[in-house]
Design a protein around this ligand. Structure first.
Ligand code: GLA
Length: 682
């Protein structure tokens, strides 16, 4: 995808007046006596901090009683930061309404699917559909924007915090009313609603709009189309809250971009393709999964997804951790060098700013065991030393800002499909969309092929290869787009259980996979999930994919009917024994591949080799798999970020100058175990 030059809202591509890579984190001075603030700011300068996020959870202090505002402390904080040359990403505090709000409006509390009303004393969204919440959140936002709209420290607005978590769906009376209105807008008539939801099934037919309600817990499985629409409604309702605040900021503080921190790749309850169209700058929070000993791959996926949401433009890593988090079952601390590796991996995949949660570790509250830039142990700590070193390194990398990442491969990603696939009563609990995406992504990561993520209806013409690891829900527009992509010369690889339902979670006419029949030349007669632990074997049929011979697969098989495709591997055993397992179909100027079983990341190497050949792609096979290499392209130079995630030194053929050390080479650079190089092309 070629990066577009202007964001959808027409504001500048980046933060006004910011000419470095951004570095910093969430700053919560309200948790500390005022005499600490000056010390904080001095230490920020020492660490090379340039940008801090302020005020994200401060509503109770900024508006201690309804309509009574106290901005004195925030005035002093912003002035202090500005005097020190530190810029501010100013938060609106609407992720955590104050006690008075819930006392006055108990009906604005979130109600869960089982009818539980959530209490106060934590944080989290009020019911997004509560008119009182909407009014109060817009009012505090307007007050802030009026007061600080032209404050010279403020270069970015940060609305709310991580929409969609810790709660997303709300089943309150306000939500029920808003859902009914949403459904009415979407369908226009009860006939259309009954048709889309398939209400002839189990006698659900509606004759009155007033009878339509959210899909609360019921005696058995609730209509999946209704649940899917409720997930869509939830994402839209939260987005309306964001847009209401954003519009107030745009009006009161013109020219300053507005963001909200996404959780691309971890929070599944908001459709970020729709959200990305509404923010001026895409920002993202990413936390490593401590239990995963190759969590650098998940990090890369999140960064690639964020860059794709940004349309290829630079983005901001709004939060990650300097070391351990506090909310996983085992909060493993980062080891020396790991924080820098993580940070530069995000940078390599397009981030122009690296921020943390948070500046100074909190002494009280639920997050006191969370790491920070300034840990409880203070400036004598290893973490502090590494934080200062990273600030220094980012300053040395200033010229990288604005450069972009190019990908030849797109993986399809559609939150609406995930919502549908995650519902109950699917053919097998063992086939997960995320597991399939992770496996295909990991294969491409190991092969050092940079990946964008795309929606099935996006323009895919710039990619050599499009992979659909989990497109369970595929609209007819999406299927037509993929078919056109193949016709025009693209290589498409589709994995099992795709194009199984349409946007209403209904099986398409012609059966599973029918919408992709033209592109793939194959149909699915029956889904054949395997018993837990069972395996099947493949046998290559012909020379195209010889390496698939004797490969083991599990979880899933399908009975395929060929409709023009050539089988390149068949099932040697199992319920589909003798039938095609992997097919290849030349259509128009391109090729459509289909794999009807689950292959793990090693087995995927055998599948992908001939697919790469069709796409004209060259994987890097002569370097260690866990050596990460990604390139950013600037106007005059390219910058290769190489990260050695292995335990041994490795030589990487690269020419140019390492911006971190100043070393130059005309042949190769050695990367010690755990080391990072950022090499500017000669
Ligand atoms: C999230 C939140 C932060 C903080 C961190 C802790 O990302 O946005 O406020 O709670 O998690 O990891």
């Amino acid at each position: 995808m070629s990066p577009s030059t202007t964001p959808p809202t027409g504001l500048p591509v980046w933060l006004p007046g910011v000419e470095t890579l951004c570095y910093g984190g969430d700053y919560n001075p309200e948790q500390w006596p005022e005499e600490v603030w000056a010390r904080d700011v001095a230490l920020m300068r020492e660490a090379g901090v340039t940008l801090v996020s302020v005020g994200i959870f401060s509503w109770g202090l900024l508006e201690p009683r309804e309509g009574e505002f106290d901005f004195g402390w925030l005035d002093r904080v912003l002035d202090l930061l500005h005097e020190a040359g530190i810029q501010v990403d100013l938060g609106t505090p609407t992720a955590s309404p104050p006690a008075w709000f819930f006392h006055a409006h108990p009906d604005a509390r979130v109600v869960t699917r089982d009818g539980t009303t959530l209490g106060f004393g934590s944080r989290g969204m009020a019911s997004p559909s509560s008119p009182d919440y909407r009014r109060a959140s817009v009012r505090i936002t307007r007050e802030l924007a009026r007061r600080y709209g032209s404050h010279p420290a403020v270069v970015l607005w940060h609305v709310h915090n991580e929409y969609g978590t810790p709660v997303s769906e709300c089943y309150s009376e306000h939500s029920a009313r808003a859902f009914r209105a949403w459904v009415q807008r979407r369908y226009g008539s009860l006939d259309a609603l009954n048709e889309a939801w398939g209400t002839a099934f189990w006698g659900q037919h509606y004759a009155e709009w007033a009878h339509v309600s959210p899909p609360s817990i019921a005696p058995s499985v609730v209509n999946p189309a209704q649940r899917l629409d409720f997930a869509r409604f939830t994402s839209d309702a939260l987005l309306e809250c964001f847009v209401a605040e954003r519009d107030v900021i745009h009006a009161e503080a013109p020219g300053i971009p507005v963001t909200t921190n996404f959780m691309a790749g971890s929070c599944q309850s908001v459709d970020l393709w729709a959200w990305a169209r509404e923010v001026d700058i895409v920002s993202n929070d990413h936390y490593l999964t401590a239990a995963d000993d190759r969590n650098q791959v998940g990090l890369a996926l999140s960064a690639d997804l964020t860059r794709s949401l940004a349309g290829g433009r630079p983005w901001l890593l709004m939060e990650h951790s300097t070391s351990a988090v506090n909310w996983q079952p085992r909060n493993v601390a980062k080891r020396p060098g790991e924080m820098a590796r993580n940070s530069l991996a995000h940078l390599g995949r397009g981030a122009d700013g690296i921020l943390f949660f948070q500046w100074r570790a909190s002494r009280s509250g639920a997050e006191k065991f969370h790491s920070a830039m300034l840990p409880h142990a203070g400036t004598r700590s290893r973490v502090w030393t590494e934080v200062c070193a990273l600030g220094h390194d980012l300053a040395a990398l200033t010229e990288v800002r604005g450069s972009t990442v190019h990908a030849d491969v797109a993986i399809l990603w559609d939150w609406q499909s995930f919502w549908a696939q995650d519902l109950e009563w699917r053919p097998s609990v063992d086939l997960g969309h995320r597991e399939r995406i992770d496996a295909f992504y990991d294969r491409l990561w190991r092969d050092k092929l940079t990946v964008d993520f795309a929606h099935p209806e996006h323009d895919l013409s710039g990619y050599r290869l499009v992979v659909a690891p989990a497109s369970y829900l595929l609209t007819s527009q999406g299927a037509a787009n993929l078919t056109r992509y193949v016709e025009a010369g693209g290589t498409l690889l589709v994995s099992c259980f795709s194009a199984t339902v349409d946007e209403n979670d209904a099986v398409p006419e012609g059966g599973y996979l029918a919408p992709l029949r033209t592109a793939l030349g194959v149909e699915v007669d029956e889904l054949l999930p395997l018993r837990q632990g069972d395996q099947v074997h493949l046998a290559a049929s012909g020379p195209v994919a010889r390496a698939l011979d004797a490969i083991t697969a599990d979880v899933w098989c399908e009975d395929l009917a060929l409709a023009g495709a050539t089988p390149v591997a068949v099932f040697a055993d199992g319920p589909a024994a003798g039938g095609p397992a992997v097919t290849r179909h030349e259509h128009g100027a391109g090729t459509g591949w289909y794999v009807s079983t689950r292959l793990d990341v090693d087995a995927l190497a055998a599948l992908l080799a001939p697919v790469y050949a069709d796409a004209g792609l060259s994987p890097v096979v002569d370097l260690p798999q866990d050596l990460e290499i990604v390139t950013r392209h600037g106007t005059t130079h390219s910058y290769v970020v190489a990260i050695n995630h292995t335990d041994e030194a490795a030589d990487v053929p690269l020419t140019g100058t390492d911006l971190l050390t100043g070393e130059t080479s005309t042949s190769s650079f050695t990367l010690a175990a755990g080391a990072v190089r950022v090499v500017r092309s000669a």
